[in-house]
Design a protein around this ligand. Structure first.
Ligand code: G6P
Ligand code: ZN
Length: 543
């Protein structure tokens, strides 16, 4: 075993995006690529010497190899200890929990979240800070700066560390604690939710289907839903994490979780369906014959969270990302709660949660979570839903209909144009940005623009400002269109157009969302010229 210094040089595309550095797996496997980025993390956090970190990932292709490299580099640079999930597995929320519970100096999560896995697909690395949340921009900027001047890194030359069993071992003087990835997370869930009530609900014949999409939540869902809560064997499907997620796209939405949708809309549909993504932080909720949009799910959870023991004292406040529908705002207003609007990306919720300004937060991109960890949490959302269903003893559809009657319905849809030429997409945004001042007062497809701006966020806790966070067009009837380029893609640009309209007439609560949004969709096209700029006549995905 020998500590060696490897000469390297800067690699120029290592800028972390919305959620860490994501690239094609083969890029990460290229010479020095992973090593340079890890060295930049060490530099960006002021060195790893003497520090304790958590390490784990979603099990995708290269997860195991990357874990060994990171352990050897941490040991070579003098880290005190690494707490690593067995087989280098940890869901993102479980990693966040471990970082907090063990009061570590942060953690490294290996994941490209909902992007497909495999040698020809995606890989990613993300640093989380000691509060358990994704590193804020000052930290990721420091990491990026460091990538520009790497000249060497330290690593131990040795055999692989055996991560197959829990226990304590050692590498060149650095302690390695291998932990069961599920145990601590499961204990936290048992504290937050009324497992007795959920167990009774399931015992009464209420059927569920949880699709782990061959990704990391399989073992967690098996242990909690089928183990603790007694859901019938087989309720958790695609439960074994695979390096290529079974060739699928582990993104819980109606398109990629089509099997679940088919089951929930078919004969003999279970009472409740759910899915989560590659690393277990996203969720999707489906009732029998009814898909619940993430924005609606967030609003329902906010309205009913007090039914779970962990939130019985009420919420301190709520938060949503800017493109997320304003269904949450309606609940907040009715309940007298503060409601914060942040840029896209979970990291922006961290300060609000730390400061006790918000208890619950969520995003249209299928993320919901609370102050129990500092990441969004897929299984947590599923358990909170189950707790609410157990307490209210009503089907999902009835809960949704009551919700809309009480608070109004925000019809919502996101249209994605994927793999668009980056220059064309950027060009569209520039033209749109330059036209904002002239838009107010103009009418498009019967909708009059009331306000048009580019969203910038001033963090109320640390005073930092984040600009260029999406263009929003508000119409006088409360409808809205938001335009934003994705920060998580790995090829070309993905244009996201978020569309929303408000309905308060009880007779018009069950329309098709695309139809209800027809005018807003047409207005968005008229304002931005999406077809002309992207060369696309249709979105690739409509959520
Ligand atoms: C990741 C982050 C989310 C964010 C999403 C947006 O999943 O964890 O917090 O909402 O990316 O992705 P986008 O592709 O729209 O930038
Ligand atoms: Zn994810």
């Amino acid at each position: 075993m020998q500590r060696i210094t490897i000469q390297s040089e800067p690699i120029d595309d290592q800028k972390p995006g919305t959620s860490g550095l994501r690239k094609k797996t083969r890029v990460f496997m290229g010479a020095h690529y992973l090593e340079n980025f890890i060295e930049a993390i060490w530099q960006g956090i002021g060195g790893v010497a003497g520090k304790t970190l958590v390490l784990g990932g979603d099990g995708r292709y290269f997860n195991d190899r990357a874990a060994q490299v990171i352990l050897r580099m941490a040991a070579a640079s003098g880290a005190r200890k690494i707490i690593v999930g067995q087989s280098a597995l940890l869901s993102t929320p479980a990693a966040s929990n471990l970082i907090r519970m063990r009061k570590t100096d942060g953690g490294i999560i290996m994941s490209a979240s909902h992007n497909p896995g495999g040698a020809d697909e995606d890989f990613g690395v993300k640093f989380n800070t000691p509060n358990g949340g994704p590193a804020p921009e000052d930290v990721t900027n420091r990491i990026f700066e460091a990538t520009k001047s790497i000249s060497s890194y330290e690593i131990i030359e040795t055999q692989d560390v055996d991560l197959s069993k829990p226990g304590v071992t050692e590498l060149a003087g650095m302690e390695i604690e291998i932990v069961d990835p599920v145990a601590d997370y499961a204990a936290l869930m048992r504290e937050l939710f009324d497992f007795g009530a959920i167990r009774s609900l399931l015992a009464s014949g209420f059927s569920i289907r949880f699709d782990a999409m061959h990704a990391v939540t399989g073992p967690y869902a098996k242990a909690l839903l089928e183990g603790d809560l007694g859901a019938s064997f087989g309720s958790v499907v695609n439960a074994v994490p695979l390096p290529d997620f079974g060739g699928g796209h582990p993104d819980p939405n109606p398109i990629w979780a089509k099997d679940l949708m088919d089951a929930m809309f078919g004969d003999d549909a279970p009472d409740f369906g759910a899915a989560s993504d590659g690393d277990g932080d996203r969720n999707m909720v489906v009732g029998r014959g009814l898909y619940v949009t993430p924005s609606d799910s967030l609003a329902v959870l906010a309205a009913n969270a007090h039914l779970a023991p962990g939130y019985a004292g009420g919420l301190k406040g709520v938060a949503r990302s800017m493109p997320t529908s304003r269904a949450l705002d309606r609940v907040a207003e009715a309940k007298g709660l503060d409601c914060y609007e942040t840029p896209t990306g979970w990291k922006f919720f961290g300060n609000l949660l730390d400061a006790g300004k918000a208890t619950l937060c969520g995003e249209e991109s299928a993320g919901t979570g609370s102050d129990h960890v500092r990441e969004k949490d897929g299984l947590w959302a599923v358990l909170l839903w189950l707790n609410i269903l157990a307490a209210r003893k009503q089907p999902v559809a009835e809960i949704m209909n009551e919700h809309w009657r009480t608070y109004g319905r925000n019809y919502y849809s996101r249209h994605d144009y994927e793999g668009v030429d980056a220059n064309r997409a950027g060009g569209m945004m520039t033209v749109l940005r330059n036209s904002l001042a002239e838009l107010p007062g103009k009418t498009f497809s019967g909708r009059t623009v009331e306000a048009a701006d580019e969203f910038a966020y001033d963090d109320p806790i640390d005073g930092s400002r984040s600009e260029g966070q999406g263009i929003r067009i508000g119409f006088s009837d409360g409808s809205r269109a938001v335009f934003r380029l994705s920060g998580t893609g790995t090829v070309g640009a993905t244009l996201r157009v978020y569309l929303e309209t408000v309905e308060t007439d009880p007779a018009r609560m069950n329309r098709d969302a695309q139809e209800a949004l027809g005018d807003v969709i047409a207005a968005a096209e008229a304002i931005a010229g999406i077809r002309e700029h992207t060369g696309r006549s249709e979105p690739d995905v409509r959520t």
